[in-house]
Design a protein around this ligand. Structure first.
Ligand SMILES: Nc1ncnc2c1ncn2[C@@H]1O[C@H](COP(=O)(O)OP(=O)(O)OP(=O)(O)O)[C@@H](O)[C@H]1O
Ligand SMILES: [Mg+2]
Length: 143
């Protein structure tokens, strides 16, 4: 692997997480590199979801920092944070799609929200993305 490919995308540095007085995570540090897949395992209540919420900046850490693609999200300005957020995708355990929207409408929503593309281009992108998932033909189905 060349040095160019060894770029940390997610850096967690000495993270400390608390809910009130209760210390949940302490001294957590790791890097996730481009193309690397990291799984976090542990018993119920050990702090996996808490770690994830810190990694996407939903919760400010009690200590330490989270760096995404070279930029600190910890204590970041709203504008910086919003820009970094657009590089992330978070899939929740349940309710990942809007059940009242079709598959095509679900895929179109973030594109309409974040670009000024005309409808025709949005529709082409939607067809392309659904095709990648072998879901062509299911555009008008609900999740
Ligand atoms: N909002 C909160 N306020 C107070 N305590 C919380 C809060 N959220 C989680 N906790 C506590 O923090 C600890 C870690 O919870 P967390 O949800 O991160 O665990 P988990 O590893 O994701 O568990 P599971 O496997 O059940 O999803 C638990 O003791 C939990 O009760
Ligand atoms: Mg959890």
């Amino acid at each position: 692997m060349s040095i160019m490919e060894k770029r940390p995308i997610i850096q967690v540095r000495d993270l400390q997480a608390r809910y009130g007085e209760k210390l949940i995570l302490d001294g957590i540090s790791f890097d996730v590199y481009e193309r690397e897949i990291l799984a976090v395992l542990g018993e119920s209540g050990c702090g996996k979801s808490t770690l994830m919420k810190h990694m996407v900046g939903l919760i400010e850490p009690a200590g330490g920092e989270v760096i995404i693609d070279g930029e600190r999200i910890t204590g970041a300005e709203e504008e910086t944070y919003r820009r970094i957020l657009r590089k992330m995708g978070v899939l929740f355990q349940g309710g990942a799609l809007f059940s009242s929207l079709t598959l095509a409408e679900n895929v179109a929503l973030p594109i309409q929200e974040y670009t000024d593309l005309p409808d025709q281009a949005v529709n082409a992108l939607v067809r392309f993305k659904l095709g990648m998932m072998k879901l062509d033909g299911y555009e008008h189905f609900f999740p």
